[in-house]
Design a protein around this ligand. Structure first.
Ligand SMILES: *Cc1c(COP(=O)(O)O)cnc(C)c1O
Length: 397
């Protein structure tokens, strides 16, 4: 049998990532491949670094895209900053905090867990108690935007606590970068990693990271080698460093970096704060529609992520059947619940280019038709009315 070319369907992506990729970014991806040491490409790499500094709001010199997905950015932070026996306080209130623990253990460190329920935010008092009780701890690690639950962490206060107890911070910003307020320098974050396929609306497979001077000092003064050759920043710095004699380390993903460059140019054009505001306003519109259909959000408004909406599945509704129908009839992808939330919630992403009114109206209308047919009780048309009121209050109607 001859296998034919692969042609994916055109979907609307409103799950936990990837989000819709802007056509400008797909077009950038298809530009001619050039050598990764070509001076023209090196010039573009320098622009990517400075655009990332803008996105992260940092002047950190070591601000680069790791050539692999968000999980590799996570691993880059842990393997470089941890040496055998180091104690690391890890906050866990969802799936990704659990992966941090796994990373600490595999890097030879000792995780000290601070746990909160899935759907609740990180309790600062518990974190302070753990830091007090473990004065030898060297690092505080937490997830800024927990994509498994839709919960945001108070990153600014957590970083203040870390400073007070002389710890470096490792922050997961895979879902927050470009979507909600994030200020690396002002908040004093030491090591941060993100992903390209969430609020940057770029293709999956690259992980922007940034390290403070204090973190770089820690990495340079390690007494043991970083266990991963590929992710060892002491080696990667020679490739992404400012020096003109850039040394071959690995072959950067040339075309994906064109795509990242384009997505960051678009973010710069929109303005970071405007992007944060767009995510916040669009969440309000979706919320109005969802609540008008007699459904509730899992997460308290005070720490709810606008880019990842966790909606409780109404009683008696088969959540998988709804997702299946949205996908097959409307080409619309929304996410399922993870872990303890499996079967109980949907995760509706409004990330990056996906955070726009045409996606929201598609999603709310498709949910309205599907849920009505499956027997959920609500007033048809109430969602449109509620969304209109919200748009009017935002002066967008
Ligand atoms: C998506 C995600 C990751 C992992 O990123 P990949 O690109 O899938 O490896 C890590 N942390 C959070 C919070 C995420 O949402």
């Amino acid at each position: 049998m001859t296998i034919k070319s692969f042609n994916p369907p055109i979907r609307t992506l409103m799950g936990p990532g990837p989000s819709d990729v802007h056509p400008r970014i797909l077009e950038a991806l298809s530009r001619p491949t050039i050598g990764h040491l070509d001076p023209i490409f090196v010039g573009m790499m320098e622009e990517v670094k400075s655009l990332l500094q803008y996105a992260f709001q940092t002047e950190n010199q070591l601000t680069i895209p790791v050539s692999a997905p968000g999980s590799a950015g996570m691993e880059t932070c842990f393997v470089n900053l941890i040496e055998a026996g180091d104690q690391v306080v890890v906050c866990q209130n969802g799936a990704f905090g659990g992966r941090m623990k796994e990373n600490v253990e595999r890097s030879g460190g000792i995780p000290i867990m601070v746990e909160d329920a899935w759907g609740k935010t990180i309790d600062l008092n518990k974190v302070e108690d753990a830091l007090k009780a473990n004065p030898a701890a060297k690092i505080l690690a937490f997830v800024h935007a927990e994509t498994s639950t839709g919960v945001s962490a108070d990153a600014k206060s957590l970083c203040e606590l870390a400073r007070k107890y002389d710890c470096l911070t490792i922050v997961d910003a895979v879902t927050s970068l470009g979507g909600t307020e994030l200020r690396v320098d002002e908040w004093g974050i030491d090591a941060i990693y993100s992903g390209t396929q969430k609020c940057l609306s770029c293709i999956p497979g690259i992980s922007p990271v940034s390290f403070s001077e204090r973190a770089v000092e820690r990495i340079k003064s390690r007494t043991s080698k970083v266990q991963s050759w590929f992710l060892d920043l002491n080696l990667v710095m020679g490739y992404w460093g400012a020096s003109s004699k850039r040394a071959y380390h690995h072959t950067a993903p040339v075309n994906p970096l064109y795509a990242l460059h384009e997505s960051l140019v678009m973010l710069q054009n929109e303005g970071l704060e405007n992007a944060w505001q767009r995510h916040a306003m669009n969440h309000e519109v979706l919320k109005a529609g969802v609540e008008a259909m007699n459904m509730e959000f899992l997460v308290d408004a005070a720490y709810r992520l606008p880019q990842l909406n966790t909606v409780c599945v109404p009683d008696g509704i088969d959540e998988a059947a709804v997702r299946q129908r949205l996908l097959s009839q409307y080409n619309l992808e929304i996410g399922a619940g993870l872990g303890t939330l499996a079967g109980k919630v949907w995760r509706i992403g409004l990330m990056g280019f996906s955070s726009k009114l045409e996606n929201i109206t598609l999603c709310v209308n498709a949910l309205e038709l599907t849920l009505k047919d499956l027997g959920h009780d609500f007033t048809t048309g109430a969602a449109s009315e509620a969304m209109l009121q919200t748009l009017k209050s935002q002066e967008r109607a």
